[in-house]
Design a protein around this ligand. Sequence first.
Ligand code: PXP
Length: 253
Amino acid sequence: MIEKRPLRLGVNIDHVATIRNARGGGHPDPVRAAKLAVVAGADGITAHLREDRRHISDDDITRLVSEIDLPLNLEMAATEAMLAVAIQHRPHAACLVPERRQELTTEGGLDVAGAEERLAPFIAQLASAGIRVSLFVDPKEKQVRAAHAVGAPIVELHTGAYCDAAGAMRRRELDRIRRAAALADELGLECHAGHGLSFDTVGAIAAIPNIIELNIGHFLVGEAIFGGLDSAVRRMRAMMDQARSEAYGEKSA
Ligand code: PXP
């Protein structure tokens, strides 16, 4: 059995900025949300600075870096413009994601297997600036092996297909995530997961022992409308911890 590793929660605050930007003012402030998430039990803050700046702004990143003590995970496309932003701010980590202008959200993982020559030097530049690089990939053997080959220390497995599926399809998607996470571990990659996770779907992912970080945003911000962000983050944290303990045969508190 694998030794018990703690599971971190990265709270993604993008959609606090989506609501703010709907009216163009300063409310609600994503940095205030990040501070609240810290108090409620987040281990890190995640923000996606998109090319079209549809939610998080450059100023949000500046403020997150200066006002939040927890590690910042900057999600970004692998472009020269974003490389310059990352090197300027030096977040704890950068998660490279694919970006298509018309997409509603990050619709699939990065095709690392098809872009090794372009990604390897890009990752090396981020690493030499002291930034830990993760690659957001579909839970496929080919992509995990390619992430290892290009020198990324971390993979984040896309959980969107698992969350969107039902019944037997969901079980199949979960199995793909389990196998990809085990392979990542075997290759010495740190394994994270995220996208679309909710109270319904988080438990099975939190129980996978090879995964050590979950990044969750949209559902938490949506739940915050009904019960507040503090309560949503605390409940998610508790569900993650319970699933993790149960996976190791421990009695939950
Ligand atoms: N991880 C990555 C790499 C993402 O791009 C996103 C969405 O920005 C998330 C996690 C969080 O997804 P969600 O907002 O659906 O929880």
